[in-house]
Design a protein around this ligand. Structure first.
Ligand SMILES: [Zn+2]
Length: 100
């Protein structure tokens, strides 16, 4: 797939709040991750999901860490559970977990 500067293709909607979301696959575990489709500025460190392209059409991403900061070609996004106004949130495996 080609990543645009505008954001990710929103292929679903959050079942709790109805906002458009994109599904990413986290590396290296390849677990499903709901992501807000709007790209965030490279210096927005609250948006800690780093998305890279994938020739097979999946949205591959990883969680930024102090040891592995953003690299060339990665684009910064917010995990949906960080912005979802509903009372519960998605866990990294795509299931809903109660907010603690
Ligand atoms: Zn939501």
């Amino acid at each position: 797939m080609t990543l645009t500067t505008a954001g990710l293709p929103a292929t679903s909607r959050c079942t709790r709040c109805g906002q458009p979301i994109a599904w990413g696959l986290t590396l290296p575990a390849r677990r499903r991750m709901p992501i807000d489709p709007q790209r965030r500025p490279d210096d927005d460190h609250t948006a800690n999901i780093l998305v890279s392209g994938d020739p097979h059409g999946s949205i591959l991403c990883r969680v930024e860490s102090r040891a592995e900061p953003i690299r060339d070609g990665e684009r910064r996004y917010m995990p949906h559970w960080a912005t979802c106004p509903a009372t519960n949130f998605y866990d990294v495996d795509g299931t809903w977990r109660p907010r603690k």
